[in-house]
Structure formats: C-alpha cells, structure tokens
Design a protein around this ligand. Structure first.
Ligand SMILES: [Zn+2]
Ligand SMILES: [Zn+2]
Length: 241
C-alpha cells in the first residue's frame, strides 16, 4: 500500500533498490510496494489519486459532483466528446510517470496502462475503432528514444483488442516546447502542427500520458474531425488541475 510510505525519500530509496529487479521482471511484482502482484496490487491501485469528480468532456478535476461539465466546457464545447483520465497528476502518479517518461522505466508505464483498463472498466461495444497516440516531436523522440503515448496506446490496445493507428496523424513541423504556455498560447502554437495522413475511423480515442491544458488533444481532434472522425474520446493516465 502507499499509505505506510512515510516520505518521498523513503519511497525513492525503495524504488531505486527495486529498479534492477523491475527492469528484468517488470510485471511480476507490484511497482509500488513490491508485493507479489503483477504491475500494481489491488491495494496500491485503490490508493492512487482518483480523478473524481471530473469534467466528463475534458477531465478537469471538479470540486463537486453537482455538475458533470466544467465551466470551460459549458462556455465552449471542446472538440472531444469525452475524456477518460482516471488519476490526478499527484503523488505517486507524478513520480511514476516521470520515471517512465524520462528514465525509461517501462515497468511503471505498463503497470499504469493495465490499471487504466481495470479502473475505467472499458470493454466491449463502447470501445473505439482505433487508438491514436499523440505524436511526439522528432527532436523529443531523439532525446527520449521512445514515444510514451504510442507505447501506452499499444499496451492499452493489446489489453482491449483495439487496433492502434500510430501513423494516422503526425506533427507537421517543430513546435515550441509547450511548458509554461497557457491554453490559448498552446493552441496558437499548435495551429497547423498536425497532419492527418489517411481517412480517420469514425470513432477514435486519442491516447496521451498526461493531459495538462488539453490543447494538444484538442488540436488533434480538430483535424481528425475534418478527416472523418465523428466521435472522439481522450484517454490518458493523469490530469493536472
Ligand atoms: Zn502494491
Ligand atoms: Zn471540461
């Protein structure tokens, strides 16, 4: 369980000690408590910071369950129809995603992808026809060596038996790093950034690791609609407040 972990430093220490083990048998033990459960044990999964209540369209954390939409989505309907983002970008999700994304610790990403399907309960008829990962800028790909959104999409697709269309949309040109920009600036920065390369299936889910302002998925959804997508969901691990 997460609760007995007293401080981040203790947790990190435990983590570092376990990394070698995780590299070699990533899904045999719980990535948090190292208990004998594949990926994340039930107790640790239950303790993750649930993104509830949240706006059903953009997954923005809400403070009350009196409404299902945030003020932003009420004022202006976004491009996506719904968002499934089960956790908030807080401890320990933020640490897990950072280790996955920047240190290449696949065990955390795989465990969270598996927990994502269990937490959202996605299956059967309501599933989209294709998963479309957020493309990464070529310079980011060179730095990082992998696209975390594409990996997540493949893990989710395998689990749910939904095909992944990794090359359906690509980044047309380099965009400024989005960090530090607000939503409006991000949307402007992303204008014309995406190119759709084939007709889009009518029902798709865009897959990303973290939704920050929603500008990236919104820009993608906009061009995918112009290429035939009718129902667009956003699937991500975590949402920032
Ligand atoms: Zn555990
Ligand atoms: Zn919203």
């Amino acid at each position: 369980m997460i609760k007995p972990l007293q401080a981040l430093s203790t947790w990190n220490q435990k983590l570092v000690n376990s990394l070698i083990h995780l590299e070699h048998s990533s899904l045999e033990r719980c990535v948090i408590c190292l208990g004998p459960a594949p990926g994340l044990c039930e107790a640790c999964r239950q303790d993750l910071p649930a993104n509830h209540p949240a706006c059903r369209r953009c997954a923005l954390p809400l403070i009350s369950t009196n409404t299902s939409l945030c003020g932003g989505c009420l004022a202006r309907t976004p491009q996506q129809d719904s968002s499934d983002v089960p956790w908030r970008y807080q401890f320990p999700i933020n640490i897990m995603i950072t280790h996955y994304k920047y240190n290449g610790q696949r065990a955390f990403g795989r465990a969270l992808a598996k927990a994502w399907t269990e937490t959202t309960g996605k299956k059967g008829d309501s599933l989209p026809q294709a998963l479309v990962p957020c493309p990464i800028a070529p310079e980011r790909l060179r730095e990082r060596g992998f696209n975390q959104s594409a990996e997540l999409a493949h893990w989710l697709g395998r689990e749910l038996k939904v095909p992944v269309r990794e090359t359906l949309i690509r980044r047309r040109r380099g965009t400024r790093v989005q960090t530090g920009l607000n939503r409006r600036q991000r949307l402007k920065n992303l204008h014309g950034a995406f190119e759709v390369r084939a007709p889009a299936p009518s029902h798709i889910a865009l897959v990303d690791d973290v939704v920050t302002t929603g500008a990236t998925t919104e820009a993608m959804a906009q061009v995918l609609r112009q290429h035939g997508a009718r129902r667009i969901e956003v699937w991500a691990l975590a949402r920032t407040p």
